[in-house]
Design a binder for this molecule. Structure first.
Ligand code: ATP
Ligand code: MG
Length: 175
C-alpha cells in the first residue's frame, strides 16, 4: 500500500528533486552554463529567476558559448528578446533569450507575437518571466539564483517530465 504523501513508484521515476549548487564566482556560473548546454534539447523552456545582477544573463551567455555560439551575447534588457541560431545534434535550432524586466504589461507579450515562437522546436530562456503573468506556459526547468556570501546559490528545478529527463543528464562537478 502507498502511504499518504508518498509518491507512487511510477511517479518517483519521473519526478526529481531540485539540484542545488553553490557557485563560488563568475567562473563557476560559466561552468554550469556550459554544462547546461550539453543537456539542452529543442523545444525546451527555462525560466531564470533571481534579482538584478544575480547572474541570469551570465549563465545564458555561457550556455550559448557552450553551444558554440561565438558572436556577441548582449542582455535583452531593452529589446526584450535576442534571437540566436544554434546547432544541436547537427540540426539548426532557434534559441530566444528573453528579458521581460522592462515589459510594461503582460499583454505586450501577446502584442509582440512572442507566443507564436512556442512551437515545440524553439528553445526559450526567459529572465523575469513573472512579468508575463499567466500568459506563459509553465517552463520545463526553473533556475533560481540567490546571492549567498560572495557567490550564488543556484537551484535547478524540473517542472515537466522533459525537463526532468534533461536534468538527469546534467554533469556538473564543483571543485
Ligand atoms: N557565482 C557568482 N559569484 C559572484 N558573482 C557572480 C557569479 N555569477 C555571476 N556573477 C556576477 O554577477 C553579475 C551578474 O550579472 P548578470 O547581468 O548576469 O545578472 P542578471 O541576473 O542577468 O541581472 P538582470 O536581472 O539585471 O538582467 C556579473 O557581474 C557577474 O560577474
Ligand atoms: Mg540579465
Amino acid at each position: 500500500m502507498i502511504e499518504r504523501g508518498e509518491l507512487h513508484p511510477i511517479m518517483r521515476s519521473t519526478v526529481m528533486a531540485p539540484l542545488t549548487f553553490y557557485l563560488k564566482g563568475e567562473e563557476a556560473t560559466q561552468a554550469l552554463g556550459k554544462a547546461l548546454a550539453d543537456i539542452l534539447e529543442k523545444g525546451l523552456t527555462l525560466h531564470l529567476k533571481g534579482g538584478l545582477g544575480a547572474g541570469k544573463t551570465t549563465l545564458t551567455r555561457a550556455l550559448l558559448r557552450g553551444l558554440g555560439y561565438q558572436g556577441r551575447v548582449k542582455s535583452p534588457t531593452y529589446t526584450l528578446v535576442e534571437p540566436y541560431t544554434v546547432t544541436l545534434d547537427g540540426e539548426k535550432v532557434e534559441l530566444l533569450h528573453f528579458d521581460l524586466y522592462r515589459m510594461g504589461c503582460a499583454e505586450e507579450f501577446l502584442d509582440a507575437g512572442f507566443r507564436e515562437s512556442f512551437n515545440g522546436t524553439t528553445i526559450h530562456i526567459i529572465e523575469w518571466a513573472e512579468n508575463a503573468d499567466t500568459l506563459l506556459e509553465p517552463p520545463d526547468i526553473t533556475v533560481s539564483i540567490e546571492f549567498q556570501d560572495d557567490g550564488r546559490k543556484i537551484s535547478l528545478t524540473p517542472v515537466s517530465p522533459k525537463g526532468s529527463a534533461c536534468l538527469q543528464k546534467l554533469v556538473f562537478r564543483q571543485e
